[in-house]
Design a protein around this ligand. Sequence first.
Ligand code: HEM
Length: 142
Amino acid sequence: MYDLILMIHFLSLGAGLGISLTMFVLGLQAGKIPPEEFRPMMGRIGLAMKNVAIAGITLLVLSGIGLVLVERSMVAAGGGWFHAKMVFVAGVVIAFIVVQVNQARARRGENPPVAGRRAMLAGRVALASAVTATILAVLAFG
Ligand code: HEM
């Protein structure tokens, strides 16, 4: 059971980091593509990836909680690194919500340039927090 949940933990982590990194790299094209082309492009891709991203982060957090519930000793085994990881997990979740809220605002036409920029910035915070959480997880359990 534990191994199955750990597989889900890794697979959802892969999905989340993959999407996050892809959006980051696409965001770097901002200066090279005219805004009237760039914004709808990012909007379309953001919308296309929305459900996969939500599923990824939900499964990641649920499988993480599942690991701890199945094997309670993991919290003590992970020690301070594990608690530090949880702080960045919270960072990922909050930043992800900010991304989704701002993408939805941009889609509704509520000041799309500002909402789009906020979504991109929050996406970078989510990616950096996820990378940090991953590093801390390896320090805790590796
Ligand atoms: C952004 C969210 C998360 C990321 C990026 C993440 C990342 C990782 C990574 C990379 C590992 C493997 C570490 C290793 O085996 O060396 C791991 C393991 C683990 N994670 Fe997470 N995790 C996240 C959320 C959570 C949450 C919310 C919990 C629990 C409440 C959790 C609990 C665990 C546990 C118990 C392990 C140990 C698995 C093992 O090695 O047997 N994780 N996590």
